[in-house]
Each structure stands twice: as structure tokens, then as C-alpha cells.
Design a protein around this ligand. Structure first.
Ligand SMILES: Nc1ncnc2c1ncn2[C@@H]1O[C@H](COP(=O)(O)OP(=O)(O)OP(=O)(O)O)[C@@H](O)[C@H]1O
Ligand SMILES: [Mg+2]
Length: 277
């Protein structure tokens, strides 16, 4: 797979006003391939957001390098290219929507890139359609549900034609149906449009269908593999304060009770298959 994000030996500390330093990343190296769906997990303060902000040059490494599609994030004159290549969606949808009408909000990015008006119209329509929000184009964002607002935030990023979307806990403030809407949307963008996804979450369930799961602890990557490889290591995950998906937990419980379950089911469908054998 062609690399699209390359992180080489990156360390980063936050420096407070009194000069005090908080170490946040400790010699992290990582390559993300074009088209991958990557989920990043790790307990509070493990460095997920700090690493994610390096992926679109919101932060620059203290030491080491980050390349986005071959552009080094330290090259000031590539900043806008990098931000347009790697769009970011954050936790709180209310902080991300700035306009009073949905379509104006989505147009904000292309307008800043000085895209001609006729083209903006098309980009906005395409972006709203990509997140299934066409019928709300002229609505006011504050009438939307949390999941709908997050989909508008994603449309705002899509209107810039990014190759990568980085989502930092986009589902944290949503109810279960909002979470499902957002997860369905980003999986579809990945499958149908080949957009590389980096999704940060505290919900282990959201990692099940990823291509790859990266586990962070204390500023380092401690595990990196397929969801099945990662959730097989339940003890290690518990040691660093993480859970496993409910199905994995259930599988452990059933085995403890003497049930013979083949393989390592991680999703409901796989569990049903394993139990019906
Ligand atoms: N703006 C900041 N100033 C100082 N220290 C910070 C700042 N942001 C984060 N940190 C510290 O850097 C470390 C990594 O934080 P980071 O926000 O990257 O973790 P995280 O994995 O995203 O956590 P969470 O799950 O809570 O979002 C933590 O020790 C945190 O306290
Ligand atoms: Mg965070």
C-alpha cells in the first residue's frame, strides 16, 4: 500500500507558560497507507490527539519528522496543501459549525480556498450528498441532532476534497444512533471514495471494523495490528486501562464456563457463526 502519512521518530512536549514541559509523544514512528481505515485507542492523556494534530500540521514535532503525501509538515509553504490533504473533525459539533445555514457552513472551506462560485455550489452539493444531508442543506445547524451536525462537519471537510480525514473522538458527544450515523458515513467514504480514515475513539466497538488498530499508552504506540490481533490481547489492554468489545468479553466468559468457541470472534455476526457451529 502506498504510504500517505509517515511519522519518523517524533517526540513532542507541551511547554506551559512557566516553561514547564509535559511530554506527550515519545519517539513515535508510524506509516499509514493510502486508503487505510485506522482506529486509534488509548486511555486519557496517552497522546492520541497530540499525534493526530501532527497529521495535519496543527502541531510540529520537537524532534523527528512527519510527511503527509510526501510533504514535510515543517515546510511552512506547504501548510495549506497539507491541511487540504488531511482534514480534521473534532469532538464537539457545536464548536465546528460557524454559519447559520448548513450549506453555507459547508461552503466555508472552498470559499477560503478561493474556489469559483459555480464550483463551490457543486462541491457543497456533492459533500452534503456524500454524508446523506442533502435534504437539510437550507436548515439551521442548531435544529439538527448531534449525529447530523457531525455529518455536516464531515461534509465541510469533504468539500475540500481531502485524501485523509482525521476524526478526534467525533462520536464522544453523540447518542447511539448519532454514533452509528457517523460510523456508517466514514466507513462509506473509506470504501466508496478511498478516503484514508484515522478515527480516534474511546468506544472499543468502533474499532471492530477497522483495517488496523493502533493502541497508544504514555506517548508511545504499544500495539499496532488488525482488530482481531489487538483484542486477542485483552490482559495487556486491561493493564493500560482499556476494555475489549462486548463480544470479546462474552467469548472469554463463555470459555470460562466451558464452552468451546472456535476462532476469535470480535463482531456480533462472527459470534453468531461461532455459536451456531
Ligand atoms: N495544550 C496542552 N498543554 C499542556 N499539556 C497538554 C496539552 N494538551 C495535552 N497535554 C498533555 O499531553 C499529554 C497527551 O495528551 P493528549 O491530549 O494527546 O492525549 P489523548 O490521548 O488525546 O487524551 P484524551 O483521551 O483525554 O483525549 C497528556 O499528558 C496531556 O495532559
Ligand atoms: Mg484526545
Amino acid at each position: 500500500m502506498k504510504p500517505i502519512i509517515e511519522v519518523q521518530n517524533v517526540s513532542f512536549d507541551y511547554v506551559g507558560q512557566g516553561g514547564e514541559e509535559t511530554a506527550a509523544l515519545d519517539n513515535v514512528s508510524l506509516t499509514i497507507g493510502k486508503g487505510e481505515f485506522v482506529v486509534m485507542i488509548g486511555h486519557n492523556g496517552s497522546g492520541k490527539s497530540t499525534l493526530a494534530k501532527h497529521f495535519n500540521a496543527l502541531l510540529k514535532p520537537r524532534s523527528g519528522d512527519v510527511w503527509v503525501k510526501g510533504m514535510n509538515t515543517k515546510e511552512e509553504d506547504r501548510l495549506w496543501d497539507i491541511r487540504q490533504t488531511a482534514g480534521m473533525v473534532f469532538q464537539n459539533p457545536d464548536n465546528q459549525l460557524v454559519a447559520n445555514v448548513v450549506e453555507e457552513d459547508v461552503a466555508f472551506g472552498p470559499e477560503n480556498l478561493a474556489v469559483p462560485p459555480a464550483e463551490i455550489r457543486k462541491q457543497v452539493d456533492d459533500a452534503l450528498s456524500a454524508v446523506n444531508m442533502t435534504e437539510y442543506a437550507t436548515s439551521a445547524p442548531h435544529f439538527l441532532s448531534g449525529g447530523q451536525k457531525q455529518r455536516v462537519s464531515i461534509a465541510g471537510v469533504i468539500a475540500m476534497h481531502p485524501e485523509i480525514i482525521i476524526l478526534d473522538e467525533p462520536t464522544a458527544m453523540l447518542d447511539p444512533s448519532g454514533r452509528r450515523e457517523v460510523m456508517d458515513t466514514i466507513h462509506r467514504l473509506n470504501k466508496e471514495d478511498g478516503i484514508t480514515i484515522v478515527h480516534i475513539t474511546h468506544y472499543m466497538e468502533e474499532a471492530i471494523h477497522a483495517d488496523r488498530v493502533i493502541v497508544m499508552d504514555n506517548g508511545r504506540i504499544v500495539l499496532d495490528g488488525t482488530p482481531r490481533e489487538i483484542f486477542r490481547q485483552a490482559d495487556m489492554l486491561k493493564n493500560i486501562g482499556l476494555d475489549v468489545p462486548q463480544i470479546v468479553e462474552l467469548c472469554h466468559e463463555l470459555r470460562r464456563e466451558g464452552f468451546d468457541i472456535e476462532g476469535d470472534p470480535i463482531s456480533l455476526e462472527e459470534m453468531v457463526d461461532a455459536l451456531c457451529q
